[in-house]
Design a protein around this ligand. Structure first.
Ligand code: AMP
Ligand code: MG
Length: 481
């Protein structure tokens, strides 16, 4: 009996872009791939059906040993400001398989991460360790469930190979899915070549792929800049809503589609401290929790620089227009941030005094080392918080809620939609990774179940709501692992 087809439908367009933008390259053969997990929800989203395929066959597929028909593997070239310094980069350990079209006619990049060296690997080995790939799987899935634009994770395989990090670790490949991997750094790469023709091709391609409605606008380049700015503002507001710190907001990790990508040293904050940084190499706190909007704005300015030739022929005019646009960032961000925090506090009708009420709470949370997620989850019950330090603030807030002229059910509803109970807390993620290194995936699977409904109360997953028993203000995460 012949097997049912999986349902792949590749239509690769990036491969047709100018040669400088990519390298056609095959994945390295993997000696002993073994499937760790496949994501049935993402399979469904893509319209793929793996029924009838055993784990061995899937391991061959998700290791790149048996590529589906229609794939044309490439590594993408890009540049980027890493911690403020410009570098020529590119997919050093990732490969795009191609663009898959879903039955609903949506286009997604499929990408392997950890699949071996490419022309852009520089001194890297092109590989990834199991722990960081599970981490990306967990956090990207959590972000999706939290209603935040993100790449998704389709599968993880281990390669059977040991890779060298601070110690020997099992190698792994993650298959991830994104609307595209076009980054601010993609534009920077082409702009750096001073190849205006290719830059225009990239601009038109990007608009056509992501924002077709802008094609008819008076200045598509300027419209793209404004649209990407809005997308990035909304994204970072969302990160801050749930206490997420990306950790490495280099321009090469900022997408044009507005999706969160490249989960390296990212983590969710437990105790509220606006200066929280987890990344081991972020000595100056460049990518700290509260710095994320300023960095997004800085990155957008780098994006704007690439678009100048298409904003106006007169360079000084173009600079003026771009600057005026980017200068609007702060005000738009602040308005949206207040709105988001009002949602977290159930403040429906707008009131000028709300900003103070919000900041007073954050100050108290910081001074008293309160957990970001738990504090808001507890307030969402509208009961007096256990922590006595919030007593006076709580009275103020309750008075303010009465002016809302909405009933408690409406208030609770909006709060519960904006305040997660379950995030992938660092101590749980670490436990998953530690156990996985001993070949035990039970905690991994349980955590994945728990993060599926982050906004609901579920006794079964109560443990995942709990703060760590011991405060770990030394918690560190790592890049390029
Ligand atoms: P990231 O901070 O993970 O976004 O990576 C920054 C750059 O380093 C990208 O060009 C990556 O492809 C590259 N890179 C990270 N880890 C490795 C590795 N193990 N081998 C080769 N290139 C890598
Ligand atoms: Mg990256």
């Amino acid at each position: 009996m012949t097997k049912k087809s999986i349902g792949w439908k590749f239509d690769n367009t990036y491969q047709k872009l100018p040669n400088i933008m990519l390298s056609k390259i095959n994945p390295e053969k993997i000696a002993e791939p073994k499937l760790i997990i496949k994501n049935d929800d993402v399979s469904k989203l893509l319209g793929l059906n793996f029924i009838g395929y055993n784990d061995n066959e899937l391991a061959l597929l998700f290791s790149g040993n048996n590529l589906p028909e229609g794939t044309e593997t490439i590594a993408q070239a890009y540049a980027g400001h890493q911690f403020g310094h410009f570098n020529i980069l590119g997919d050093g350990r990732a490969l795009i398989l191609g663009e898959h079209i879903t039955p609903k006619n949506k286009r997604y990049d499929l990408q392997f991460k950890g699949s071996g060296k490419t022309p852009y690997s520089r001194n890297g080995d092109g590989k990834a360790a199991l722990g960081p790939m599970l981490r990306e799987y967990i956090i990207s899935e959590a972000m999706f469930r939290l209603n935040i634009p993100t790449s998704r994770s389709l599968a993880v395989v281990i390669t059977g190979e040991k890779i060298i990090r601070e110690k020997e670790l099992p190698g792994a490949i993650l298959t991830r899915v994104a609307e595209s991997h076009i980054r601010v750094g993609t534009f920077q790469f082409v702009a750096f070549q001073q190849d205006l023709k290719s830059l225009k091709i990239l601009l038109d391609y990007t608009i056509n792929r992501h924002y077709k409605e802008l094609e008819k606008s008076l200045s598509p380049a300027l419209s793209l800049l404004k649209t990407v700015m809005t997308k990035q503002i909304d994204l970072i507001i969302n990160w801050m809503r749930v206490g997420f710190i990306h950790g490495v907001m280099n321009t090469d990790n900022m997408t044009i589609s507005g999706e969160t990508i490249d989960y390296g040293p990212c983590a969710f904050m437990d105790i509220y401290n606006p200066k929280t940084v987890f990344s081991s190499i972020d000595y100056s706190g460049r990518y700290a929790f509260n710095n994320q909007p300023i960095i997004a704005q800085w990155n957008l300015l780098r994006f704007a620089e690439c678009l100048l030739p298409f904003i106006d022929e007169d360079q000084s005019k173009a600079i003026k227009i771009a600057e005026e646009t980017i200068n609007e960032f702060s005000e738009i961000f602040k308005k949206k941030w207040i709105k988001m925090m009002c949602n977290k506090l159930g403040l429906i009708r707008e009131d000028e005094a709300d900003e103070k009420l919000i900041n007073d709470l954050l100050t108290l949370m910081y001074q008293n080392k309160l957990d970001y997620t738990s504090t808001f989850a507890e307030l969402s019950e509208l009961k007096i918080p256990k922590n006595i330090s919030l007593k006076n603030w709580y009275d103020e807030w309750k008075k303010r809620l009465e002016d809302n002229k909405h009933n408690n059910d409406d208030i609770k509803k909006i709060m519960k939609e904006n305040n997660p109970r379950i995030i992938p807390r660092n101590h749980n993620v670490e436990k998953v990774i530690e156990e996985a290194y001993s070949n035990n995936y039970e905690s991994f699977k349980k955590l994945l179940e728990a993060i599926k409904n982050p906004y609901s109360k579920n006794e079964k997953f109560r443990d995942f709501e709990l703060e760590p028993k011991k405060i770990n203000d030394q918690y560190q995460t790592f890049c390029g692992t």
